[in-house]
Design a protein around this ligand. Structure first.
Ligand code: ATP
Ligand code: MG
Length: 606
């Protein structure tokens, strides 16, 4: 946070405020004081002058009104004597002027030549005319203030003379100046103290504020450990306490939101469903890892992008459509290699006012579900089809028999034979289906024994050697053995029977069927190879699927149900082995399977 500059700080403002207040107060006091002081001092000065002048006036009146004798000196001389006896520090010069404005006497020695001359003084003239005193102040040549008083001496109701007194009032002003200087000094001193006090007092306010500012910045960075110091019990102290309380509450709130956030994040990241959340405009603001994995896009390519585009729905749906969407939407991301189907459920984040704040999309991978559903449908249709074919053919034969063919001794037995074969085929089909269904629901048990596979395999091939109806040579590439393995003899016989009968079924006359047994690391590998028509490469692995037939018409004609290898695969897997096929069209097919080895100490089973 930017620090407040000194010139903008409250601190300076406080100090300035104090200083200005003091300054204004001092100014007002100063002006009033100076004026009052000047007035009082001047009045005192004038009063003291007037007191002395009154005494002088008395002597002069005495002198001027007494009866004069021959021996007496002239009036001017005697008045000069009165004035010479009168002396005062403050009075510069006293003149006595008669009503005809003629100077009778002066106290100033140097001005004696003015005696008997007329004066033009305005104050004197006015005083003679009006019989009252007049005063005025003027600056003399040396720039000093002089107070002039013209006072009439009245005797018998008539002005007999005027006293013209010049006094040095400058002393009063220099006194006032001195006092003012003391006052100014005092003001400066008190201002200095005010500044210091102002700084200290302002600190008591600014320091807690600065503390709170620091605290607020720390809080913004997530540090709630700091506490503001409470300096006093005043309003600022209350503010600091409230601030600390706020910090605590904020910390609690933050930690609870943080823990909620963490909970939510862990729920989201551990969900098996993908979750996407958008803002009110449909742009993605949150997406969990599962959803990213499902969509196969990195997070930075998804955030802030419109959700319909990310889900590949922009062709058919706008964001508004998705908001109004009632049910789930199936999104097919399947390609040629693998099916991939997602189901998206939408739920709207809405305020009470109905304002749409965003959308939550939950993605669920339903590929497996869809596959199972598809398989189930296919299976039902396959079963129906497999049962329908023999039933239709049986119905036509039975109809023919009912229509009278039963009477024909030649046709009747062959028709009955056909229905019998078809019935057997249906029974086989149902048996196979039952077996598969039992395997699916794991409702079967393997009755295992430790068996020497070489001996076991030879016995089965021997049986086929006796039964075979084709001119096919059975070549055994089997080691002398024994090779022990643990297996359920009945079930394994069924598996191997199917593989060998397939090989014989699809072998041409004069072809060979090779039986190979090899002991490898921890298992026995068995191969049954024929020289038949083979299977198209793309379908080689499909022969283990239920009802799959490479060439439907032909294999059905050969009486198969298409379940043999499916059962074989389940069985081999139940024995802990693997089964696969290799084939080349026109050259032949080899079916491989493995069985885990059972290492038996020599002689144990002999
Ligand atoms: P079932 O064995 O139930 O009587 P099936 O033989 O038709 O009927 P599977 O044994 O499961 O059924 O075989 C499935 C399909 O695989 C066959 O229909 C056939 O098209 C193909 N197949 C299996 N073995 C061979 C083989 N040795 N040569 C060519 N095609 C084969
Ligand atoms: Mg078969």
């Amino acid at each position: 946070m930017r620090k407040v500059g000194f010139f903008r700080s409250i601190h300076l403002k406080f100090v300035l405020m104090y200083v200005l207040l003091i300054l204004i107060a001092m100014q007002i006091i100063g002006i009033y004081f100076a004026q009052e002081l000047e007035k009082t001092l001047k009045e005192n000065f004038q009063a003291s002058i007037e007191d002395r002048v009154n005494i002088l006036e008395f002597s002069i009146r005495e002198e001027m009104t007494r009866l004069r004798t021959e021996e007496d000196p002239s009036i001017e001389v005697s008045l000069g004597t009165v004035l010479s006896q009168f002396s005062s520090d403050d009075i510069i010069e006293v003149r006595i002027i008669d009503p005809k404005t003629q100077i009778l006497a002066t106290s100033e020695y140097e001005n004696q030549h003015l005696v008997n001359q007329r004066t033009m003084d305005e104050l004197v003239r006015k005083s003679i005319q009006s019989s009252t005193s007049f005063e005025s102040t003027f600056l003399n040549e040396s720039q000093r203030r002089i107070w002039v008083l013209a006072k009439p001496i009245i005797s018998g109701g008539e002005v007999i003379a005027v006293l013209h007194i010049q006094s040095n009032i400058e002393k009063v002003y220099s006194q006032i100046n001195e006092i003012n200087q003391i006052l100014a000094g005092g003001t400066a001193f008190s201002l200095g103290i005010t500044v210091i006090l102002g700084i200290l007092i302002a600190q008591t306010i600014t320091r807690p504020i600065a503390d709170m500012t620091k605290q607020a910045s720390a809080m913004a960075k997530g540090n709630f450990a700091r506490k503001v110091r409470v300096y006093g019990q005043d309003e600022i102290g209350d503010l600091a306490k409230a601030f600390n309380h706020l910090t605590t509450r904020l910390q609690e709130a933050q930690s609870s939101t943080e823990s909620e956030r963490r909970k939510l994040a862990s729920v989201l990241s551990n969900m098996t469903d993908g979750v996407i959340s958008t803002d009110r405009k449909g742009r993605i603001i949150l997406i969990n890892d599962t959803a990213l994995g499902m969509l196969g896009i990195p997070r930075e390519h998804v955030l802030n992008r419109p959700v319909p585009a990310v889900l590949g729905l922009e062709q058919d749906h706008t964001f508004e459509d998705l908001v109004d969407m009632q049910g789930p939407v199936t999104i097919d991301f399947s390609d040629e290699d693998r099916p991939y189907i997602l189901r998206a459920n939408f739920s709207v984040i809405q305020k009470e006012t109905g304002f749409v704040n965003g959308l939550i999309v939950v993605l669920h991978d339903i590929t497996e579900q869809e596959k199972i559903e598809m398989e189930r449908r296919e299976f039902v249709s396959n079963v129906s089809h497999e049962l329908r074919t023999p039933l239709t053919s049986m119905r036509s034969y039975l109809e023919a028999l009912a229509d009278g063919a039963w009477k024909d001794e030649e046709i009747a037995p062959s028709f009955l034979h056909v229905t019998q074969t078809e019935t057997e085929r249906m029974i086989r089909l149902v048996t196979d289906l039952l077996q598969l269904s039992r395997m699916d629901s794991r409702e079967y048990e393997l009755n295992t024994d430790i068996v020497d596979f070489v001996k076991f395999f030879h016995r089965i091939i021997d049986r086929f050697e006796l039964m075979k109806s084709k001119d096919v040579e059975l070549i055994r590439l089997i080691p002398p053995g024994p090779l022990y393995t643990e297996l359920d003899m009945d079930k394994m016989t069924q598996v191997i029977d199917n593989i060998i009968s397939n090989a014989l079924k699809y072998s041409p006359d004069g072809g060979n069927v090779r039986f190979t047994v090899q002991a490898e690391d921890d298992h026995i590998k068995i191969a049954v190879a024929d020289e038949g028509m083979g299977i198209p490469e793309a379908n080689v692995n499909r022969i283990f699927e239920r009802f799959y037939r490479a060439d439907k018409a032909r294999s059905r004609a050969m009486g198969g149900t298409g379940l043999g290898l499916a059962i074989a695969k389940e069985m081999i897997q139940a024995h802990g082995g693997l089964i696969w096929a290799e084939s080349e069209e026109g050259k032949g097919t080899t079916i491989f399977f493995t069985l885990p080895f059972e290492v038996v100490e020599a002689g144990e089973w002999d």
